[in-house]
Design a protein around this ligand. Sequence first.
Ligand SMILES: *Cc1c(COP(=O)(O)O)cnc(C)c1O
Length: 421
Amino acid sequence: MDHFLYRDGALHAEDVAISEIAAAVGTPFYVYSTATLTRHFKLFEEALSPLPHLVCFAMKSNANLAVIRTLAGLGAGMDVVSIGEYLKAKAAGVPGERIVFSGVGKTRADMRTALEGGIRQFNVESEPELLALNEVAVSLGLRAPITIRVNPDVDAKTHEKIATGKKENKFGIPISRARAVYAEAAALKGIEVVGIDVHIGSQLVDLEPFEQAYLKVAELTKLLRADGHDIRRLDLGGGLGIPYERSNAAPPLPLDYGAVIKRTVGDLGCEIEIEPGRLISGNAGLLVSEVIYVKSGEEREFLIVDAAMNDLVRPSMYGAHHDIVPVIEPAPGTETQPYDIVGPVCETGDTFAKQRPLPPLKAGDLIAFRSAGAYGAAMASEYNMRPLIPEVLVNGDQFAVIRARPTYDEMINRDTLPSWL
Ligand SMILES: *Cc1c(COP(=O)(O)O)cnc(C)c1O
């Protein structure tokens, strides 16, 4: 459930009409709902209670400072995958002890910054990383709290670009090598083993792969404890999928996911961490765009809109579906017609949807892409010299721009000319 509903024939974000925001900030823009973010976060809190736990929002899904501050205010931790995200989490007021640091390519400089600034744990993804982290920690006279990310070799049954838990993927260490690597870690002066980490992929719409992976983690916990390691924390990753198509069967709810966690690892006495991104932010955001032209091709009608693949890359990158709705509610009984919805970028891949049934639309009408709060603004670029579009946060009857559109001068002046030109 989200808080983007029609009211008196017009799409609203909570109590604010989308058309009112469009008039104030211009299109295209992203709009997020505080009530929806809050609701989704609380679903995970409820799903994990009464186990001791920390829900760490995966910042890579939506790294806006105001979104991070909103979630941090509810008690969320953060899962960061770069030092930039770490610094942004800190800037949003998240204490270091609530930040977990994932990712296969942490540099020594990243490690130093996080160790000095405070960190809950590093989720270590390889032996070379483990050795580097030890060196950095020793040089600072510190011990780095770590989990090791194990790759459980389960098929997440999701899009190949976002499956991470198969043995051919670049993430984590093979679970079969875990005991050897934990033994290596325990012998390092700058390392403090605190638990185990696993993350098998994104947009999972079936609980079964989670169950398989978590059973393997439970078994490993017992083995590692028998080897003398203090396994007190389990980071179970993110990845629970969301309904991108309202007409499809709904993916499992956080409560069902929580039940799998309780059933598989709930009796180990560990603190549970999870790293949901998409499920918290995805359906808490819309991308709003204006129809520039309706173009009749030989065989089809194109809606040329002012948003493009650089603003929302998922359809072109993953073939992803986003529901698209008109901002003015169609009158009951309005006949739909199929449109190809495309952006202005000079690539055929700049297509949001093909033959999508929509009520008749004309130039100047507004449309909204649903489920755009995750991996939308976060993956945007300035391809074709298109400015990063504004992000807006709604809270009840208030709204605020939380990232402004840059001016063209600002964009141009970011480049510099060498002396010989
Ligand atoms: C991407 C990622 C997540 C979040 O995935 P979602 O599908 O957005 O829940 C969590 N943890 C790690 C390590 C990730 O790489």
